[in-house]
Design a protein around this ligand. Structure first.
Ligand code: GRG
Length: 302
């Protein structure tokens, strides 16, 4: 289905980012005591210029089932907490050893390794404190809240993102095939993106078939998103991205372009976006932001 004309994605993203940023500030734990540096480190990475894609997908998932945005918002923020923790830990010397992210020095470069580990731990645990807060618990049935909490824990943990990261680390410098690469992508990146869209729909009290359709959409855009990341590392503008490109090749990482070539990677990516939009065929105008977000994933420059 073609995107409807008249939808201004830039304005939509700007408006939702402002809402997310405000809510993140409101929900950031503060401390002026002996551990205040921990809070500074959490704040530094949370406000280092992320696109807020996961919270926006969560809000758009909620909107697709006509859920209440205020109720979805704490879960949207929790997803950004988890995403930020994963980037902080991924950047550590023990993992990807990156000095720059989004054009800024990484957490361990500013605060030291121990504080970067702890600030990541803090964001991860705080996410679950936030998503089970009375702000949500008083508004939706307990079953929906438990379902969302388990869904996000699954996606972030050792059956999801953490497993993807472990497989990725073990595959570095090795010849891997497309099946392993797909496993890494689906777990490391896809799981949290899928949970972002689906959790919005669960909190928005969508029907089972709607939640399933939105999870299918999430899987497709999650896969396309990771292919974009691989393509941007080959063709992207390092200035726009705030980091050096070509890192995958330097580290000997298998990617879609390295295994299949750039042209085929782009073809697969476009196919995934079409399938994602098709998964939304049962939705009307309420899913329009999601349709546009799907296209944004392959058009993004950073
Ligand atoms: C440490 C458990 C653990 C997991 C790390 C997410 C991740 C797993 C590693 C990041 C490595 C990476 C570059 C993955 C590619 C896709 C990805 C998640 C990119 C970053 O997400 P964006 O583009 O980031 O949404 P911003 O900066 O906009 O928040």
């Amino acid at each position: 289905m073609a995107n409807e004309p008249g939808f201004d994605l830039k304005a939509y993203l700007g408006e939702k980012r402002a809402i997310v940023d405000r809510a993140l500030r409101d929900n950031l734990p503060r401390s002026s005591g002996p551990a205040s540096e921990l809070n500074q480190a959490m704040e530094y990475s949370l406000f280092a210029g992320g696109k807020r894609l996961r919270p926006i997908l969560c809000m758009a998932g909620g909107a697709a089932v006509e859920g209440d945005e205020e109720t979805v918002l704490p879960v949207a923020c929790a997803l950004e907490f988890i995403h930020t923790y994963s980037l902080m830990h991924d950047d550590l010397p023990a993992m990807d050893d990156d000095d720059l992210r989004r054009g800024k020095p990484t957490s361990h470069k500013v605060f030291g390794e121990a504080m970067a580990v702890l600030a990541g731990d803090g964001l991860l645990t705080e996410a679950f404190f936030l998503m089970t807060s009375p702000k949500i618990a008083g508004r939706i049935p307990p079953r929906a809240l438990i379902r969302v909490t388990r869904m996000i824990a699954r996606a972030a943990g050792p059956a999801g993102m953490v497993a993807g990261q472990a497989a990725d680390i073990r595959s570095e410098g090795q010849q891997i095939d497309l099946d392993v690469l797909e496993y890494i992508h689906a777990h490391k990146t896809g799981a949290l993106i899928t949970a972002s869209v689906a959790s919005g729909a669960v909190i928005g009290l969508g029907e089972a078939s709607q939640i399933q359709a939105l999870a299918d959409y999430g899987k497709k855009i999650g896969a396309a998103f990771q292919i974009s990341d691989d393509i941007l590392d080959v063709e992207g503008d390092s200035h726009a991205m705030g980091k050096r490109t070509g890192a995958d090749e330097r580290k000997g990482k298998a990617t879609y372009p390295s295994l299949l070539g750039l042209a085929r990677a782009k073809e697969i990516q476009s196919g995934l976006i079409e399938e994602a939009v098709t998964a939304l065929s049962g939705f009307g105008k309420a899913a329009e932001p999601l349709r546009h977000l799907a296209r944004y994933i392959i058009e993004r420059k950073k």
